[in-house]
Design a protein around this ligand. Structure first.
Ligand code: NAD
Length: 265
């Protein structure tokens, strides 16, 4: 159902051709935002996202970019200004896993994950923040000059064997988010993170597709169900609205209780 909570706003969502990014892009469109849909390699997925947004009555364009490349990250932010005349929200969602036992992990495995999951978030955040600072929003106003939302993971605090590259990137993201929130607050730029638990997407398909894998996942979720992209999307929309205007530098764990040390239950 369409609402107007983000009417007049423009959002860039990275990695929006599938999973959580697609869910967020569609939900932001339904809330009235115009959306720049970034994709890396799945153009069909991006078109599906675009169709869903347009069917809901909002505008969307698609932009291919590798967020880990500076020029392409900049082009993504420029596209919002060029096509919609402004930028209000950046959702840094793009992410990959390249799991490997630590003793076998190559520099290539490490750099691939760092490039997308950490450097890419830095590059897009910097390009967006340089745009946001042009706005002159006064401290007493109950609105921000711009919003940056990082899609992190419960693995920014839960170690995860066999994924040293992924956990290091997500842990790094947590401090990147907090530091930017502190540094950019004077410009009235809000910076927050959402850390999902287990959400049913392509990234963990191998786990939830088998009964054994699904039961293992459920054993780590006190709330008793695996999350859906919409669970994250609803929170991202709310975090981007002025209802959340006093929230900056925070990580919202949207995880059905995964971070509650369920084995102690
Ligand atoms: P997904 O594989 O469906 O989505 C990841 C997206 O990132 C894909 O669309 C992919 O094309 C895109 N991408 C990869 N490299 C890119 C690059 N260099 N430039 C631009 N886009 C790129 O999986 P998802 O679960 O939707 O993941 C989205 C985010 O959520 C990731 O950051 C992931 O780490 C995080 N996350 C997911 C879960 C989960 O359980 N699914 C849990 C915690 C965190």
């Amino acid at each position: 159902m369409k609402d107007n909570r983000l009417a007049g706003k423009v959002a860039v969502v990275t990695g929006a051709s599938s999973g959580i990014g697609q869910g967020i892009a569609v939900a932001m469109g339904r809330a009235g935002a115009s959306v720049v849909i970034n994709y890396h390699s799945d153009e069909d997925g991006a078109r599906t996202t675009q169709q869903q947004i347009e069917q809901g009555g909002s505008q969307a364009i698609i932009m291919q970019a590798d967020v880990g490349k500076q020029e392409e990250a900049q082009q993504l932010i420029d596209a919002a200004i060029k096509h919609f005349g402004r930028l209000d929200i950046l959702v840094n969602n793009a992410g990959v896993q390249q799991d490997k036992d630590f003793l076998e992990m190559t520099l290539e495995d490490w750099e691939k994950v760092m490039s997308t999951n950490l450097t890419g978030h830095f590059l897009c955040a910097q390009a967006a923040a340089r745009e946001f600072v042009k706005r002159q929003v006064q401290p007493q106003e109950r609105t921000s000059a711009g919003n940056i939302i990082f899609i992190s993971s419960v693995h920014d605090i839960i170690p995860w064997a066999g994924r040293a590259n992924y956990t290091a990137a997500k842990g790094g993201l947590q401090m990147l988010m907090k530091t930017l929130a502190q540094e950019l607050a004077k410009y009235k730029i809000r910076v927050n993170a959402i850390s999902p638990g287990a959400i049913k997407t392509d990234i963990n398909r191998q786990e939830w597709e088998t009964e054994e894998g699904k039961q293992k996942m459920l054993s780590q979720i006190p709330y008793g169900r695996i999350g859906e992209p919409e669970d994250i999307a609803k929170v991202a929309v709310w975090l981007a609205t002025d209802e959340a205007d006093y929230i900056t530098g925070t990580t919202l764990y949207v995880d059905g209780g995964m971070t509650l040390y369920p084995s102690f239950g």
